[in-house]
Write a protein that binds this ligand. Structure first.
Ligand SMILES: Cc1cc2nc3c(=O)[nH]c(=O)nc-3n(C[C@H](O)[C@H](O)[C@H](O)COP(=O)(O)OP(=O)(O)OC[C@H]3O[C@@H](n4cnc5c(N)ncnc54)[C@H](O)[C@@H]3O)c2cc1C
Ligand code: SF4
Length: 306
C-alpha cells in the first residue's frame, strides 16, 4: 500500500477564504479526492495544505431561467440520478455513469471531473516506477518518454463529462478573492499536457450551468472493460439544429485538450474526426487502432441521433 505524504487540512466555509488559502504556494483544493489522493500517493502532487470544498455549500442542483445549475461539489452519482438530468440531459447522466465505478461516483464530484489532470502511462505511476526512467518532463524530469525529440507534454485529457458538457454549451463559474467569472466549458482547456487548464491557482470552480434547450447530444466511451478504465476514445456528437445544419463532435482521450470537429453530414463528421485526431499508443492499444476507432465511435454516436 502506498502511503500519503503528510499535509495540513483546512475546510473553510466560504469561497473567498478558500481562494485566499489557495493563493498560498503549496496549497491545493480537494473535492472528492478520488483522483487527487491517488496522485498524492504517487507523489505527482505533494501539497503542503489541502483546502476542502466540502463545506463551501457547492453541492446541489437547481433550475433557473432555462439553465440547470449544478454545484461543483455535487457528486457524479447525484448528477446522474437527478430527474431533470435524466429527462433533459441524458448524455450528461450517461457520462457521469461511465466514470470509474459506481462506488467512486458516490465520492467523485462534477467539478473535480472538469478539473481532472491530464494522463499518461509514464506519468500516472508510483514515484519508484517513474524514478527508474528518470521521471519525465511533466514532473521532475527533462525528457518526454512518449516523444523524446519533442519539446512538450502530450498527456491526454480524459475527463468523461467534458465532451458532452462542451457540446451542450455548458458554462463554468469560477470564484476567487478577486471576483467571479463565467466561461464556456469549451474555452477552459488548452493543448498542453502540463498546463491544460486556463485558470489562476486561487480560482474555485463553483457552479456548472447547462442550458436546458440544448441540442440532443450522444456520449460514447470506448474502453477495455466496462468499468474502472479510462477511455481509449471518448466522443460526444450532436446533430444539426435544423435540416441541412452542421453536425458536431467533441473527441477526448486522444490529445491534451478535447478536439472539436464540424461537418455537413454524419458521414463527413466521422471522416473529419478521423483526420483531426492523432492518438498515441497506450499499453492497451496501438495508436493506429485508436485512430480508426475515433471514426467508428463518431459514426456510432451519429447513428444513435438518427
Ligand atoms: C480507479 C479510478 C478510475 C477512474 N476512472 C475515471 C474515468 O474513467 N473517467 C474520468 O473522467 N475520471 C476517472 N477517474 C478520476 C476521478 O474519479 C474523476 O475524474 C472525478 O470526477 C474527480 O472528482 P473528485 O471530486 O474526486 O476530484 P479530486 O480528486 O478531489 O480533484 C481532482 C482535481 O480537481 C481539482 N478540483 C476539484 N474540485 C475543484 C473545484 N471545485 N475548483 C477547482 N479545482 C477543483 C483538484 O484540486 C484536483 O486538481 C478515476 C479515478 C479512479 C481512482
Ligand atoms: S507525455 Fe507528458 S506525462 Fe507523458 S512522458 Fe511525455 S512529458 Fe511525461
Amino acid at each position: 500500500m502506498l502511503p500519503l505524504p503528510s499535509f495540513q487540512y483546512e475546510a473553510p466555509t466560504d469561497v473567498v477564504e478558500a481562494s485566499r488559502l489557495l493563493s498560498e504556494p503549496g496549497s491545493q483544493l480537494i473535492a472528492g479526492g478520488t483522483d487527487l489522493l491517488v496522485s498524492m500517493k504517487h507523489r505527482l502532487f505533494e501539497p503542503r495544505l489541502l483546502v476542502s470544498a466540502r463545506r463551501l455549500g457547492l453541492r446541489g442542483i437547481s433550475e433557473h431561467a432555462g439553465w440547470l445549475e449544478i454545484g461543483a461539489a455535487t457528486t457524479l452519482h447525484d448528477v446522474a440520478r437527478h430527474p431533470t438530468v435524466l429527462a433533459r440531459l441524458p448524455a450528461l447522466a450517461a457520462a457521469c455513469r461511465t466514470v470509474a465505478t459506481p462506488t467512486i461516483q458516490t465520492m467523485a464530484t462534477l467539478g473535480g471531473n472538469l478539473m481532472l489532470d491530464t494522463r499518461c502511462m509514464y506519468y500516472n505511476q508510483p514515484a519508484g516506477w517513474r524514478a527508474t526512467l528518470g521521471y519525465c518532463l511533466k514532473r521532475e524530469g527533462t525528457v518526454c518518454h512518449v516523444a523524446p525529440k519533442g519539446r512538450g507534454c502530450y498527456a491526454t485529457h480524459s475527463a468523461d463529462t467534458v465532451p458532452a458538457l462542451w457540446l451542450m454549451g455548458a458554462e463554468a463559474e469560477f470564484s476567487s478573492a478577486r471576483g467571479v467569472r463565467r466561461v464556456a466549458v469549451s474555452s477552459m482547456y488548452r493543448e498542453d499536457g502540463i498546463a491544460w487548464l486556463r485558470l489562476e491557482r486561487d480560482e474555485v470552480l463553483t457552479r456548472v450551468f447547462v442550458p436546458l434547450d440544448t441540442r440532443r447530444v450522444v456520449h460514447r466511451k470506448l474502453r477495455t472493460r466496462q468499468a474502472i478504465d479510462y477511455a481509449q476514445v471518448l466522443v460526444a456528437v450532436a446533430g444539426p439544429v435544423s435540416p441541412g445544419g452542421t453536425w458536431t463532435a467533441v473527441i477526448s482521450s486522444v490529445s491534451s485538450s478535447p478536439i472539436l470537429v464540424e461537418a455537413a453530414s454524419a458521414a463527413e463528421l466521422s471522416e473529419a474526426a478521423f483526420r483531426a485526431c492523432q492518438p498515441l499508443s497506450t499499453h492497451l492499444a496501438p495508436a493506429t487502432w485508436r485512430k480508426k476507432m475515433v471514426r467508428v465511435e463518431v459514426a456510432r454516436a451519429a447513428a444513435l441521433i438518427g
